[in-house]
Ligand binder design. Structure first.
Ligand code: ADP
Ligand code: MG
Length: 231
């Protein structure tokens, strides 16, 4: 199992008491599959991604990433694990204003200490995979919101992550562009063999995902396999 979230409970301080954001949550995501997590705002979806990304340490339970038990790792070890094994896509593409599209991706290789040689080729290959090979020299302000989100996704894949965590990638996009980004995530999950978790509050265009789980008040229902799409 490429991503394993096992009986995770997470609380935040809340005045005199504590708020339970995740309540014994269990999630298993095999390589090459996409699990969507839906649920209302405030139900704990982003908290689940933060725990899976090892950005937040749960009160109880454990997270295993690509066979690596993360409980007990030092901050530096977690940071290295994130750089090398986990791709994270947040709602707003936080691209660097002064860099071109291909440079946004090359920075990732640089940060992980990989040789610069080869990085440009891989960056171009990923831009091609997200349909933006012809935009390699463009800066963020020269691109649409949908194109920026595609670059954000390509950047998260630059270090060949085993796990891809995506938080509400379509919330700033209109329906058609949102559907195109979801199609892209499904395709990339297959071709890159990532264990992908996609958080969304929008149940539209979920017909292509492998499984859907629902978060309600910090509790996650068992993921249910998608009905085969009609046609
Ligand atoms: P979602 O992504 O589904 O909207 P979140 O995981 O962001 O839900 O939040 C779950 C609950 O935890 C909410 O009640 C939210 O207010 C609370 N929460 C989230 N982050 C924090 C934090 N850093 N400190 C305190 N409470 C938080
Ligand atoms: Mg959220």
């Amino acid at each position: 199992m490429t991503l394993l979230v096992h009986d995770v409970t997470l609380t935040y301080p809340d005045g005199e008491s504590r708020l339970t954001a995740l309540d014994a949550v269990r999630l298993e995501v095999p390589a090459g599959t996409l699990t969507a997590v839906v649920g209302p705002s405030g139900s704990g979806k982003s908290s689940l991604l933060a725990v899976a990304a090892t950005l937040v340490t749960p009160d109880a339970g454990r997270v295993v990433v690509a066979g690596q038990e993360t409980t007990g790792l030092t901050a530096a070890e977690k940071s290295a694990l994130r750089r090398e094994r986990i791709g994270i896509v947040f709602q707003q593409p936080n691209l660097l204003a002064s860099l071109t599209a291909v440079e946004q991706l090359q920075v990732m290789a640089h940060l992980s200490g990989r040789p610069a040689r080869g990085a440009r080729g891989r960056a171009m290959e990923l831009l091609d995979a997200v349909g933006l090979a012809d935009k390699a020299g463009k800066r963020p302000h020269q691109l649409s919101g949908g194109q920026r989100q595609r670059i954000n996704i390509a950047r998260a894949l630059m270090n060949d992550p085993a796990v891809l965590l995506v938080d509400e990638p379509t919330s700033a996009l209109d329906h058609d562009r949102g559907a195109a980004v979801l199609d892209l995530l499904t395709t990339l999950t297959r071709t890159r063999a990532t264990a992908t978790v996609l958080v969304t509050h929008d149940p539209a265009h979920l017909n292509r995902v492998d499984r859907t789980a629902t978060m309600t008040d910090g509790r996650l229902t068992e993921p249910v396999a998608a009905e085969p799409a009609a046609g």
